[in-house]
Write a protein that binds this ligand. Structure first.
Ligand SMILES: O=C(O)C(=O)C[C@]1(C(=O)O)C=C[C@@H](O)C=C1
Length: 111
């Protein structure tokens, strides 16, 4: 199971006073995002292993389902959907490319 390593939080957005404070927290959060995205990526390998054929890697209905769920989560979390939606659409696009690569590597390039 993935465990996330995190540097100590020093400030909240309200207590930060200098740009050094702000950038320490942004850099800390970015390292956490990298760990979380690496875990998400690992499930593309699982999907490539489980999906019965290559035509299932790209799933338009599932893409819209993922984006809708992310937008719903944004409301509770206070994340701007204007940030989230394009980020997730690009993330999914790159995850699909990764999943195709994983699928082809696993199946020896057979289609
Ligand atoms: O849910 C899936 O079927 C996935 O493989 C995950 C994922 C994603 O990155 O969210 C990637 C490829 C699919 O086309 C849809 C969604």
């Amino acid at each position: 199971m993935t465990t996330y390593t995190s540097d100590q939080r020093r400030h909240t957005s309200e207590t930060a006073e200098t740009m050094a404070d702000v950038r320490y927290e942004i850099d800390r959060i970015d390292r956490l995002l990298v760990e979380i995205l690496a875990e998400r990526q690992s499930f593309m390998d699982a999907a490539a292993r489980i999906k019965p054929d290559r035509s299932k890697v790209y799933d338009a209905d599932r893409i819209e389902d993922v984006v809708a769920k992310v937008k719903a989560a944004c409301q509770g979390a206070g994340l701007s959907p204007a940030i989230a939606e394009p980020v997730w659409r690009k993330l999914i696009e790159r995850c699909i490319a990764y999943e195709f690569g994983s699928y082809d590597t696993r199946r020896g390039g057979d289609v």
